[in-house]
Design a protein around this ligand. Structure first.
Ligand SMILES: Nc1ncnc2c1ncn2[C@@H]1O[C@H](COP(=O)(O)OP(=O)(O)OP(=O)(O)O)[C@@H](O)[C@H]1O
Ligand SMILES: [Mg+2]
Length: 272
């Protein structure tokens, strides 16, 4: 199927490019627990790539390897054609990779706007000393940061809560604020760990639309973990299926849906 290394055009007219991220034979252990066992897969420019599988399959661990939170014991991570040396999460962020967390990680006491602004921190070139020396440049940067934050707040339709402390928001909106914080970093690759968990149907529809809009309007490549199969099948171009740390399926939503191993391990059983 997807054997054209230069990319292809989807049935709905979106352009998918070549491989931007390649995981090669990744193994990740925590003491005796093998969270990821010798998994290889790639992510193409412009695509929406889903990672699915039962609880404890190793999905979050895989996202944490991509984002630099975990360094695998074995295997290689290739990004934009180069092998990536072990990196700190902030270094990975500087390469244009942003993420949200399975458990919301916001500053509850701070306003929405201030939380969103923290997503610009990796962007800032100025430290305290150069800020003191080059006041003008720092001020320009501050203006740019605010403009980007306001642009994303408008994009995600959260203007009316921009001055509200995050602690007062319902769960679904907190998830949207977290997405906003990731987006202000202007990522090339966006990693979403269960962006719709705990949401009602309407909130899921909103989030699905925003994910598609981010992909379409900003050209952002997206890798997401999601349990709602309807959402996964609707949104994603390709799906990786994990079970007990192993990869048991990889392909288009249709291919994965028909894969007997996937049906046995995941699709055929009840899950949240
Ligand atoms: N920091 C850690 N220390 C020890 N074990 C861990 C750690 N993180 C994950 N694990 C273990 O690795 C395995 C995979 O966990 P992971 O969180 O990646 O699964 P998951 O597919 O995201 O599950 P879920 O759908 O429940 O979020 C589990 O057995 C888990 O207990
Ligand atoms: Mg998880």
């Amino acid at each position: 199927m997807l054997d054209d290394s230069e990319g292809y055009v989807t049935t709905d007219g979106r352009k998918i490019g070549g491989v931007v991220m390649e995981m090669k034979n990744i193994t990740l252990r925590f003491g005796g627990v093998v969270a990821i066992k010798d998994i290889s897969f790639d992510i193409r420019e412009g695509e929406i790539r889903a990672i699915i599988g039962p609880n404890g399959a190793g999905k979050s661990s895989m996202l944490n390897v991509i984002s630099g939170f975990y360094v695998p014991q074995e295997g290689e991570v290739w990004f934009r054609g180069a092998k990536r040396p072990p990196m700190k999460p902030y270094e990975v962020a500087r390469q244009g990779i942003a993420r949200t967390f399975q458990n919301i990680a916001l500053f509850e006491g701070m306003t929405v706007l201030d939380n969103v602004m923290t997503g610009r921190l990796t962007q800032m070139s100025q430290n305290i000393f150069t800020q003191a020396l080059w006041k003008g440049k720092a001020e320009k940067e501050e203006v740019e940061n605010r403009e980007m934050a306001e642009k994303i707040i408008d994009f995600l339709e959260i203007q009316r809560i921009r001055k509200t402390p995050v602690s007062r928001l319902p769960y679904g909106l907190k998830k949207r604020v977290e997405l906003a914080r990731a987006l202000v970093a202007e990522p090339k690759l966006l990693l979403l760990d269960e962006p719709m968990a705990g949401m009602n149907v309407e909130e899921k529809e909103d989030m699905s639309r925003f994910i598609l809009d981010v992909n379409d309007e900003f050209g952002t490549t997206i890798a997401l973990i999601e349990h709602d199969m309807g959402v996964v099948m609707d949104l994603s171009d390709r799906v990786v299926v994990m079970d007990y740390g192993k990869k048991i399926g990889d392909g288009t939503p249709d291919e994965v849906r028909r894969n007997q191993d996937v049906i046995d391990a995941y699709l055929g059983v009840a899950h949240d």
